[in-house]
Design a protein around this ligand. Structure first.
Ligand code: ADP
Ligand code: XUL
Length: 534
């Protein structure tokens, strides 16, 4: 059984001196972003972002990852991420950003992705030379040249093996908060250990995307936090530490290759001298361990206490909320992660998020404004009975590979119908899969790149039948990372949320009465449609 064991960092909170300017970094699927917040005035001091596909065409990964691998393998290049970090910070300095004022830095990483490094990684980090690049100096540390990321679905065999070894998926779920899941790090590690045992044996430490970056910022190996650690099928939620049954069922010798697991507000020491010398950070700048993008978003949306439901429309779409009591999804699709403020959060991930919407946008050669203002607007709520299973890629929730989108009616569907069908399919699917949280939302907070789109926000408001609030600044994971940097050195979360997690005036979308009724009647039909394909 799960218990309420994951602690917050209240000791640090009371003792630390409050410092005003903080930096949040966010290494997401497609980009690396930075935001500097002044926690005295509530101002956003600076923001910048590097998009992997556009800025590093030499890696030939237009969306930031390589999907040419066999049977659902999707990997990214951990050296591209380092090039992005050097580029981003250098560009910010060139644009006049003064990093010497930053008192603390933390970050957010796409969840589940893993980086495999030699034992010398920690030593290398401690002696980085500011006149060389991170890539030049750290490339030799990799024992695996690429990192499996959250989109990878190639480990069904390993999931079954891990579950069998510990007594079934019920046991995996009760211990870790999720059944064994293809994209989670444990099954990915097992596959690596099986397919390349020599490289696995040479691996001294395995980091998540979050702890990899956090280690680089701190100049030493640092911990994985409870938010991101819970996405590995390796951490025991009841005590916030590695679960040795799961670890031993995953791969031989794994316990010695994992960093420690700590509360999210843990400080990880002063910033590495590399960043002091190269980008002008103060040698007194503190670092705070990083978390996953969804736990960071929970903080950035001011939703760390139970009551708010957040929908994030990024590369994946996710629905999450702080949990009053930890409970797991009986269907095995949803997850329980550590809440960076202490306790737990739920998370449901839908793989067919922005990339499915982009596929429709590209199919009809639209821009985002035409997508909703022209095409969506042409069709009525309910699309005249036309439904779509919007699973352009094999879906995670529900676990279903339909080999592409499936319409409930055959024939040619025009742009307006297809735009509406993909959106209604996505949000009816969300509605059909969030019941296990036991929360009846009265409002929804919306974030992520696509939350800017009024038409998409309107469909969500109508499908869920509640108002949808959008924040002043769209990058909630990046803000959450910066807020966590402040929290780690004693900042007050309530005050920070008051400053940075406010709904922008005029940005709330109210549900439309007629449309709400149409969707109320469609949820069951949609569920039957899914069932018929399963
Ligand atoms: P991630 O953090 O996963 O990289 P983001 O939250 O930054 O993703 O969102 C990026 C996505 O947002 C892009 O892939 C794009 O499809 C989508 N997006 C950006 N602007 C719009 C818009 N106006 N309407 C719909 N989608 C948009
Ligand atoms: C969550 C998930 C994705 C990634 C990338 O479980 O797989 O949301 O965190 O954003």
């Amino acid at each position: 059984m799960l218990s309420r064991a994951i602690p917050s960092n209240t000791a640090t909170l009371k003792s630390a001196k409050y410092m005003p300017t903080v930096l949040g970094l966010d290494s997401s699927t497609q980009s690396l972003s930075a935001i500097i917040l002044d926690t005295n005035s509530g101002a956003v001091v600076a923001e910048d972002s590097v998009t992997f596909g556009a800025e590093f065409p030499n890696y030939r990964q237009p969306h930031g990852y390589d999907e040419s691998g066999a049977r659902g393998e999707i990997h990214a290049n951990p050296m591209m991420w380092l090039e992005a970090l050097d580029l981003l910070l250098a560009r910010m300095v060139k644009n006049g950003v003064d990093f010497s004022k930053v008192a603390s830095v933390s970050g957010s990483g796409q969840q589940h992705g893993s980086v495999y490094l030699r034992g010398c990684f920690g030593k290398k980090l401690a002696s980085l030379n500011a006149s060389k690049s991170l890539k030049e100096q750290l490339e030799g540390c990799l024992t695996r040249q690429s990192s499996p990321i959250w989109m990878d679905s190639s480990t069904s065999t390993e999931c079954a093996e891990i579950a069998d070894a510990v007594g079934g998926n019920d046991v995996v779920c009760a211990k870790s908060g999720s059944i064994a899941v293809e994209r989670f790090t444990g099954p990915q590690i097992r596959k690596f250990a099986k397919t390349d045992p020599e490289a696995y044996a040479e691996t001294g430490i395995i980091h998540l995307v979050s702890s990899y970056f956090a280690s680089i910022m701190a100049g030493r190996n640092v911990a994985i936090d409870h938010g991101d650690g819970a996405g590995m099928n390796l951490m025991n939620l009841a005590n916030g530490d590695w679960d040795l049954d799961l670890v031993n069922a995953t791969a031989d010798g794994l316990a010695d290759k994992l960093p420690s697991c700590e509360p999210s507000a843990t400080k990880s020491g002063k910033i590495s001298n590399y960043f002091v010398e190269k980008y002008g950070f103060s040698p007194d700048c503190e670092t705070v361990i990083w978390s996953g993008d969804n736990p960071c978003s929970l903080i950035g949306m001011g939703a760390w206490e139970a009551g708010k439901i957040v929908i994030s429309l990024g590369t994946s779409d996710t629905l999450f909320a702080a949990m009053p009591e930890p409970q797991t999804d009986p269907n095995g699709f949803g997850h329980v992660f550590g809440n960076p403020a202490g306790g737990f959060m739920s998370l449901i991930c839908f793989k067919n998020g922005s990339l499915a919407r982009e596929a429709v946008k590209e199919q009809f050669d639209l821009d985002w404004s035409a997508f909703d203002q022209e095409e969506l607007a042409k069709t009525p709520a309910g699309n005249g009975g036309l439904m779509m299973l919007p699973f352009y890629e094999p879906e995670i929730t529900p676990r279903l590979d339909t080999g592409g989108p499936v319409f409930s009616r055959e024939g040619d569907h025009c742009a307006g119908e297809t735009v509406r069908a993909v959106l209604e399919g996505q949000f009816l699917n969300m509605r059909a899969n969030f019941g296990w949280l036991g929360v009846k939302p009265t409002r929804i907070s919306l974030t992520g790149g696509a939350s800017e789109n009024d038409g998409i926000a309107q469909v969500i408001a109508n499908v869920f039948g509640v108002p949808v609030d959008r924040l002043d600044v769209p990058g909630s994971a990046t803000i959450g990372a910066a807020v966590r940097a402040a929290h780690g050195i004693g900042g007050d979360l309530e005050k920070l949320a008051g400053q940075f997690s406010q709904v922008k005036e005029g940005r709330t979308i109210e549900p439309e009465v007629g449309a709400m009724e149409v969707y109320e009647g469609m949820v069951e039909k949609f569920e039957e449609f899914v069932e018929a394909q399963g």
